[in-house]
Write a protein that binds this ligand. Structure first.
Ligand code: NAP
Length: 499
């Protein structure tokens, strides 16, 4: 076992407990959920199937703990988050192992997730000392206006399975640092690395009981109660647009703040004068990293007709050369998270070919020795695609690269914007000024010139527009959501009233 690693954080540790009020306890139902390794299809852990009663207990514990935590000196809150960051890095190998076992993450995905989570935690460390208020002059003689920034209270975090570590971290760490209590519900596919791991890390970091509560369980059983709980002041949700609409409606009913990061249909636009090899390097990463299961990955390649054939050929060659297989081996493309995701993306490919597109490579499952019903999908390139075809108009969330031709910049912009989503995107242009002008016209929350769409830095705003979400993560944006302003005025001399 490497430096600082202990069995308590590995996949073989006992994870069959919920974490409520600083105690590890079984679910009220005593029912459990098996966690499957997507590479081997074997059950690697068992976690509790939380119930509505467990959810209520978690919010009771959070409510009991929040006030004291909110009043804890900033230096102490900072120490706890700093210690979390240290533990995260001390247990790096076990955590990367959890990502491989639960999320099917390759070594590269695990290292990237850990880096992003560390970046998020490091940013959160600074928050306790950044909760600044202001003095505002008054029109009323003798009045002093003080505007304080205070924690919202209880922040609910619901996270997805694709990048569970950093997507839970980006909400949990700042919420706690700012003095809130948290109820965290991770995705059912990744209940440990997106949920119970946080309980163990924060417990070891010295966080008082009740400030963080983790409930594992199926969204279909407990999701509505979590999303609509009356104690919740903020819902920080990352997941699909379909579920997000429902969660946002529940938050609205409850008058809770909704920070929603949802699906995407991101375009990689390549102009006629682009450096094709650079565009391909970016495209291969942007389409195939973590098997394309990234909300900000390339969903569509929009390529100028002058370089279209060259682009398709080079992308196909690169896709065919990528090492593919079990995430436990040295591969670039590992397994899809589960059958339903795999089957959906393969049906999009089939529909797209039936509609007239050309399958250049891939489009099928890759068998793995000793694995029954493999979840690995071969890197797939499709040409002669139109924006209306299934693989282009849906978020396919797979290692699939549909390539759509365009004849001029106006057409490229129109194609890119012809989606309800507005998350990320990229432009590859020989003239970077032209790249910026195209970026200005793309209706997304984020877009990257001479790069690909997958970028995330904890100090830079991260948000989508349209059906990709409301509110924002990272930097000051999320701080504004997890805190509120409170106006206290002091009347220093007798005030004159009109009657
Ligand atoms: P999902 O099906 O929407 O699930 C997300 C979370 O919501 C899971 O924890 C899920 O629990 C829970 N949930 C399900 N039903 C619920 C309900 N009725 N009430 C409350 N919570 C409920 O999404 P996913 O398949 O895990 O993740 C993939 C999606 O997330 C893609 O669309 C991707 O684009 C999006 N995403 C967006 C971002 C971003 O920053 N914009 C980042 C990553 C992913 P269960 O797992 O138990 O069902």
């Amino acid at each position: 076992m490497a430096r600082g690693q202990s069995a308590a954080y590995g996949i073989d540790a006992d994870w069959n407990r919920l974490y409520i009020g600083g105690e590890w306890r079984g679910s009220a139902s005593r029912e459990t959920i098996d966690v499957e390794d997507p590479s081997t299809r074997e059950t690697v852990a068992t976690v509790p199937a939380g119930t509505v009663d467990d959810v209520d207990a978690a919010y009771d514990a959070a409510a009991a703990a929040q006030e004291e935590w909110g009043q804890t000196p900033p230096a102490r809150r900072q120490e706890v988050v700093q210690e979390l960051l240290r533990l995260l890095n001390e247990h790096d190998e076990e955590i990367i192992g959890l990502l491989t076992h639960e999320a099917g993450g390759t070594r590269g995905m695990g290292e990237t997730s850990l880096h992003l989570a560390s970046d998020q935690a490091a940013e959160a460390v600074t928050l306790p000392r950044r909760l600044k208020g202001e003095h505002v002059v008054s029109n009323i003689p003798g009045k002093e206006n003080i505007v304080q920034r205070v924690p919202q209270g209880i922040v609910t975090v619901i996270s997805p399975w694709n990048f569970p570590l950093n997507l839970s971290m980006r909400a949990v760490a700042p919420a706690i640092a700012a003095g809130n209590a948290v109820v965290l519900k991770p995705a059912t596919n990744t209940p440990i690395v997106g949920g119970l791991l946080f309980a163990r890390l924060f417990e070891e970091a010295g966080l008082p009981g009740g400030v963080l509560n983790v409930i594992t369980g199926r969204g279909s059983d407990i999701g509505d109660r979590v999303a609509s709980h009356p104690e919740s002041d903020v819902i920080a949700f990352t997941g699909s647009t379909e579920v997000g609409r429902r969660v946002a409606a529940a938050a609205g009913e409850n008058l809770a703040v909704a920070a929603m990061e949802l699906g995407g249909n991101n375009a990689h636009i390549v102009t006629a004068d682009a450096d094709v090899d650079a565009a391909i390097d970016a495209a291969v990463f942007g389409s195939f990293v973590h098997q394309g299961q990234v909300c900000i990955s390339i969903n569509r390649h929009l390529v100028h007709e002058d370089i279209y054939d060259e682009y398709v050929q080079k992308l196909t060659d690169r896709a065919e050369g990528l090492p593919v297989g079990s995430a436990h081996d040295e591969v670039v493309v590992g397994p899809i998270i589960d059958e339903s995701q795999r089957d959906e993306m393969l049906s999009y490919v089939e529909e797209t070919v039936d509609a007239g597109a050309t399958l250049e490579t891939g489009g099928e499952t890759v068998e793995l020795e000793g694995v029954n019903d493999s979840l690995v999908v071969a890197p797939t390139v499709l040409s002669d695609v139109t924006n209306e075809m299934a693989v282009a108009c849906n978020e396919h969330f797979g290692p699939i690269a549909p390539v759509i031709p365009f004849s001029n910049v106006d057409e490229a912009v129109e194609l890119a914007n012809a989606t309800e989503y507005g998350l990320s995107g990229s432009v590859q242009a020989g003239d970077i000024g032209m790249g910026k002008r195209i970026a200005d016209r793309i209706e997304t929350g984020m877009i990257h010139v001479n790069d690909q769409p997958i970028n995330d830095e904890a100090h830079v705003p991260f948000s989508g527009t349209g059906a990709s979400g409301v509110g924002g993560y990272n930097s000051e944006d999320f701080l504004d959501e997890i805190t509120e302003k409170k106006w206290i005025s002091l009347q220093h001399e007798p005030r004159k009233f009109p009657f």
